[in-house]
Design a protein around this ligand. Structure first.
Ligand code: ATP
Length: 399
């Protein structure tokens, strides 16, 4: 039984999914800068989650995943598996070693993981550099727990949002008339367009409010649900230290913050923030990935929602989560997850500095499902999946 989830942090490479780590050694990638200095662009972390009670009852604790040290893990094929049988006959091996930037064991808390992975990168993001975090692993590996977490145990995304709000505290632009445009730009909206933005936001929030209790009771992974309407939640207060070394002078600037939430499901892009999607009976339509004319891909007609505090971000996330294909599949246990060739969920944060220069930035938090519940899938499969996603994100042209 697999209990591992890979977490990849990439910066400042611009959403280039070709830059994936090799399957055996997943050490940090480096690029040469013009001055000759090496800059680290990608880190790959491994998190091994604890076994659930059910897994322990089923005797799945067979030491298949052995953490040798903070950077090396050994995977042993499960007893009775085809790989183990083959290796007993002298064909192939039942042992594989992998190395990572850092490995986190089952005892690692959400706060520790954030501290040791994303926190140190936050200052660059807040300084206007694009960044991408994504997790991948088989179903049930812990991707959602790691990225989103639970209300009591928030994951990376709520911690990043909390740090961002703390960073811009007192300097937030309260208007809704400055919005993300194409890939790297912003546009001013006229009063009618602002009205439309406001109505769409109200519709999203109203829907979350109505369904709040059932969501909570179902143990969903939304953070700070419903009650969270203030700037930050107490469980996140530790992350405020992130901003002590705030590199950007915010004293004379204002910040507009917008978020979008979409998924790539079997190679089609779907907006998770369409209010009409609340009713599952409506068929959702796929969005197109277009080029902004400067070679940058963007999702055409993607809904962006202006957020003013962590509570609003929480509601947007909660709303989008209901529309995820993963949620639908979990509800229907009879449907086969193996049919899901790829599932990639992005929560994008866009912030804009209202001063002389434009500084847009994104942190999409994503999860990629591998196709079948095995300890690892073949290199070819992984590469194929990542290539599919890369193509969907970067190479599909619009009109
Ligand atoms: N580090 C952890 N500590 C405790 N429980 C965890 C941890 N990671 C995951 N879990 C639990 O394991 C279960 C599966 O996790 P999760 O839903 O995040 O998996 P996933 O990889 O997102 O699955 P899927 O691809 O099917 O959506 C959940 O019940 C979650 O609460």
């Amino acid at each position: 039984m697999s209990t591992v989830v890979d977490l990849t942090f990439e910066e400042p490479v611009d959403m280039d999914l070709t830059c994936t780590a090799p399957p055996v050694s997943t050490s940090p990638q480096q690029i040469e800068t013009p001055g000759g200095a090496e800059q680290q662009t990608m880190r790959v972390y491994l998190r091994v989650r604890p076994f659930s009670k059910e897994e322990l009852c089923d005797n799945e604790d067979q030491d298949c995943v052995v953490i040798e040290n903070s950077q090396t893990v050994t995977l042993n094929a499960p007893k009775g598996s085809a790989t183990m049988k083959s290796s007993e006959k002298g064909v192939g091996t039942s042992l594989h070693k992998f190395s990572f930037s850092q490995i986190f064991g089952p005892e690692t808390t959400q706060a520790e993981l954030f501290e040791d992975t994303v926190k140190s990168q936050m200052s660059d993001f807040l300084d206007g550099k694009n960044a991408l975090i994504f997790s991948y692993g088989v179903t049930n590996a812990g991707k959602t727990f790691t990225i989103q977490g639970t209300p009591k145990d928030p994951g990376i995304l709520p911690r990043v949002l909390d740090a961002t709000f703390h960073h811009i505290e007192g300097n937030q632009y309260e208007g809704m008339d400055l919005k993300p445009y194409l890939r790297n730009d912003a546009q001013y909206l006229d009063p009618d367009q602002v009205k439309q933005e406001r109505s769409a936001k109200v519709a999203i929030f109203a829907s979350v409010k109505e369904e709040c209790d059932p969501l909570r009771a179902s143990g969903g992974s939304e953070f700070s649900p419903c009650a969270a309407s203030g700037r930050s939640s107490s469980s996140l207060s530790h992350s405020q230290t992130v901003l002590a070394s705030n590199p950007t002078d915010t004293s004379s600037s204002q910040f507009a913050l917008w978020v979008a939430f979409f998924e790539i499901y079997n190679e089609c892009v779907y907006d998770l923030l369409q209010p009409s999607l609340c009713s599952k009976s409506k068929k959702r339509s796929a969005l197109r990935v277009c080029d902004d004319g400067a070679g940058n891909a963007y999702v055409k007609d993607l809904r962006w929602v202006n957020i003013q505090n962590l509570g609003e971000a929480s509601k947007v996330l909660q709303f989008g989560n209901k529309n995820r294909s993963a949620a639908a599949t979990k509800m229907n246990q009879s449907s086969s997850r193996r049919q899901v060739l790829n599932l990639f969920t992005h929560f994008c944060i866009w912030w804009h500095l209202l001063s002389s220069k434009l500084i847009p930035a994104f942190i999409p938090a994503t999860g990629l499902n591998l196709p079948s519940p095995r300890v690892s899938c073949s290199t070819k499969t992984k590469r194929g999946l990542l290539a599919n996603i890369r193509e969907a994100v970067t190479h599909r042209r619009g009109d």
